[in-house]
Structures are given as structure tokens and as C-alpha cells.
Design a protein around this ligand. Structure first.
Ligand code: AMP
Length: 405
């Protein structure tokens, strides 16, 4: 028979990782909740058009990476490759512009991209995503970046780098791209073959080239950050001042580009010093044109998405599970009733459920890290697993008292 396996690029979450994921979601809920971000849920699949319009037809995500399928009525649906487009679709659909602004939400769940799997890159992965929609106040950009950093700090990801830039408006960007193309064409013979052949499709890639000749040319290249319209430049300065005031370090990276079309003004990305090729823990930015693109009124927004698997990889191995409170060495009705009573009083309690000998049961209690073991025989014995001391209990109620419930 064919051996059944999880599909390529997916992963099973085995203990104790499930608990680490819940703990991370708990950190996000606490940190974001304090700043007024409410949990939000959108479907795992959407009309393909949500992403085609929201993420951008020309992006790698839409062109190559979407899991798209037809439902029985022939509608084109797509497993969500990112969260922002779906959240903005919901904002428009439910008329949320009528609520007090900004609307602050966060969402966690699975996302899907048909990428080549490698360490830290999956076809189904988990993101935590936070968005503030309905205001272009620079304090929202700064707040979201700081909340993201706080979550990473509390998750224990260790050293990381924050790269920050501003993309201005789509018009500024289009003019700039033309200027960059003219610049590259004027020095075409100094560029690598690859960069030269892609001047029209993707001139920005030239900034990432390894080729020494290209790198020398790019030192003189015009930068988008120097071309920002005055109000965009001002907005960026305001964001930076707030991050400075909060004491958060960052690098200005004028070549920072993100793989989604909708960004305007602020963009940022956080990379871990502990991870290899796929080091981005998350990133985001402002998307002041997206809601309108999806059929809503002109509405600014800003947000980020963080990769849960990568955050947990950077945070390192799980600490040993804290163990349980009580192991009941015994079977049958009495043991069953006792663990229920112990659990009912708030203790983590387990009983023998695999037919072990008494010796095997004591070993199991050790493996589970039990604080107490209750041995049910003719008499009830309660063993303190730290000191090894063993005491007789007269009744089940006395057991419950002895183990500190
Ligand atoms: P993006 O919006 O594409 O920058 O994604 C935000 C974050 O999600 C990234 O920084 C990664 O941490 C994570 N991420 C994106 N794609 C993948 C993937 N294919 N596998 C695992 N994590 C991913």
C-alpha cells in the first residue's frame, strides 16, 4: 500500500509545538489587545479576484504562487496567500468605515503559497497579522511596528534587525521607476547580463545584484526616498520620530521592496540574526489605496504579517514541559473518579491508561514530570515526587487536600 504522507511543503504540528503556538497567539492577543486590536477572522479561501485586485496582478504571489481552484458552480476561488486583502474585503463588505476609526484588528491562521519548500518556507504556513484601517496617522505606523517588536521580544526570538523605508505614492513610485530605468539604460554596458535583461520588467532588482559591476553602478543610482512628495516625506519623518522616541533601533533601507503591490508610504521588514536564508520574521506597511481598489471608499490602512513557524524557529527549542500535578497509579472506577475530582479542582491530573505494571506506572509518573503520585491499592498512598516521601491517605478527600487542591 502507498505510504501516506503530508503534502509537500506542509507540516504537522506535534507536541510540544502546539502549545508553543498557542502561547505565541496568547502573547499576540495580550500585546495587541492592550492597544485596542480585536481578534478577527476571515475565510481561508476568497474569490480569486480579492487577491488579483488586492495583492496585484503583476506580483509573484498572484502570478505563480496561488492555490486556485473552481467550486462546483465554476467560481474561481483561492486559498488565501496573505491576510490584508481579505480583511479589507471584509471591512468594505460590512461597511466598517461607518464605525469609529481606526478599526484595529488582528488575525492568526493558515496561509498558502505555492513556493519551492525549504527550511523556513512552506506551502501552508501560519501568520499572525495586525491591521489598523481608517486613519493615516503616523502614530499607527509606529505603534504597529513597536507592538510587533514587543511580540518578538516576548516570544524570545533574540537579536533581529528592523529595516524601514517609505515608498511614497504609486505616482511617485511610477515616476521613480522610469527615472531608474533611464539611469540603468545609460550605464547598460556596466551591468550584469541578468540585470540588463530585466531593466523593463523589474529595475528595482538591480539593487540586490551580487555582480560587482552592477553594485558599483548602483552606488550612483537615484533613490526613491530622495524623491518623496513633501507630505509623504513628512509622514515618514513623523514615523521615525515616534520610533526614536520609543527607543527602537532601525536601519533605513532605501532599497526595501515588498512582494505585494499595495504598499504606499511606510514599509518595513524584520529579520532574525538567528535564521539562515529565510530570515524574515515578518513585515508590512501602509496601504492607503487598497480599500478603494477593493471597491470601498478611499480609506488609508497600515499593518503587518508575521511568520509563526519562523518566530518559533528563531526562539529555539521548547523548554521542557512544566509537567503535571498528579499521576494516579491505578485503574478502573476509583482512579477515574479521582482524576476527575482532581481536574475539577484545577489540577493537571492523569491516570494509568495503558495497562502498565506498578513499576511501569511509577516510571510513567516520572516521565510526565508529576509533582505527586497517588498509588491506589488496598490503601491509598500519596508520594511526594520531589522528596520521595510517601504518606497514607484515609480517603479520597484527604488525597485532594494533601496534593494542595
Ligand atoms: P510577507 O507578507 O510575504 O512578507 O510574509 C510575512 C511573513 O510571513 C514573512 O516575513 C515570513 O515570516 C512569513 N512567510 C511568508 N511566506 C512564507 C512561507 N512560504 N513559509 C513560511 N513563512 C512564510
Amino acid at each position: 500500500m502507498k505510504k501516506l504522507q503530508a503534502p509537500r511543503g506542509t507540516l504537522d504540528v506535534l507536541p510540544p509545538d502546539g502549545r508553543r503556538r498557542l502561547a505565541l497567539a496568547g502573547i499576540a492577543d495580550e500585546v495587541l489587545g492592550r492597544a485596542g486590536y480585536e481578534p478577527f477572522e476571515t475565510p481561508v479561501f476568497e474569490d480569486t479576484e480579492v487577491f488579483a485586485r488586492g495583492v496585484g496582478e503583476s506580483t509573484d504571489i498572484v502570478q505563480k504562487e496561488m492555490f486556485t481552484f473552481e467550486d462546483k458552480a465554476g467560481r474561481s476561488l483561492t486559498l488565501r496567500p496573505e491576510a490584508t486583502a481579505g480583511i479589507c474585503r471584509a471591512y468594505v463588505e460590512h461597511g466598517m468605515h461607518k464605525l469609529p476609526q481606526p478599526v484595529k484588528v488582528w488575525e492568526a491562521g493558515p496561509f498558502f503559497r505555492h513556493e519551492a519548500p525549504q527550511a523556513g518556507r512552506f506551502r501552508q504556513f501560519t501568520q499572525i497579522d495586525a491591521e489598523a484601517i481608517g486613519s493615516d496617522d503616523p502614530s499607527l505606523d509606529a505603534e504597529l511596528i513597536l507592538l510587533f517588536d514587543e511580540i518578538l521580544e516576548r516570544a524570545g526570538t533574540g537579536p533581529r534587525r528592523l529595516r524601514l523605508s517609505s515608498l511614497g505614492t504609486p505616482e511617485t513610485r511610477a515616476e521613480y521607476v522610469e527615472e531608474l530605468k533611464r539611469f540603468l539604460r545609460a550605464r547598460e554596458d556596466e551591468l550584469s547580463e541578468e540585470v540588463r535583461s530585466r531593466i523593463d520588467q523589474n529595475p528595482l532588482r538591480a539593487f540586490d545584484a551580487d555582480h560587482p559591476g552592477t553594485q558599483a553602478v548602483m552606488k550612483d543610482a537615484p533613490l526613491l526616498l530622495d524623491r518623496l512628495a513633501p507630505d509623504d516625506a513628512e509622514h515618514f519623518t513623523a514615523v521615525r520620530e515616534l520610533l526614536d522616541a520609543a527607543g527602537l533601533g532601525y536601519e533605513i533601507d532605501p532599497t526595501l521592496v515588498r512582494g505585494l503591490d499595495y504598499y504606499t508610504r511606510t514599509v518595513f521588514e524584520v529579520e532574525s540574526d538567528r535564521l539562515g536564508a529565510q530570515a524574515a520574521l515578518g513585515g508590512g506597511g501602509r496601504y492607503d489605496g487598497l480599500i478603494e481598489e477593493l471597491g470601498g471608499p478611499p480609506t488609508p490602512g497600515v499593518g503587518w504579517a508575521a511568520g509563526v513557524e519562523r518566530i518559533l524557529m528563531a526562539a529555539g527549542e521548547a523548554e521542557r514541559d512544566g509537567g503535571i500535578d498528579v499521576f494516579v497509579a491505578g485503574t478502573g472506577r476509583d482512579a477515574f473518579v479521582l482524576v476527575r475530582q482532581l481536574r475539577g479542582s484545577g489540577l493537571r491530573a492523569q491516570m494509568e491508561q495503558a495497562g502498565r505494571s506498578l513499576k511501569g506506572q511509577m516510571k510513567q509518573a516520572d516521565r510526565l514530570g508529576a509533582r505527586w503520585t497517588v498509588i491506589l491499592g488496598d490503601e491509598i498512598e500519596v508520594k511526594d515526587m520531589d522528596s520521595g516521601a510517601q504518606q497514607r491517605a484515609g480517603s479520597v478527600d484527604e488525597v485532594v487536600r494533601m496534593v494542595g487542591a
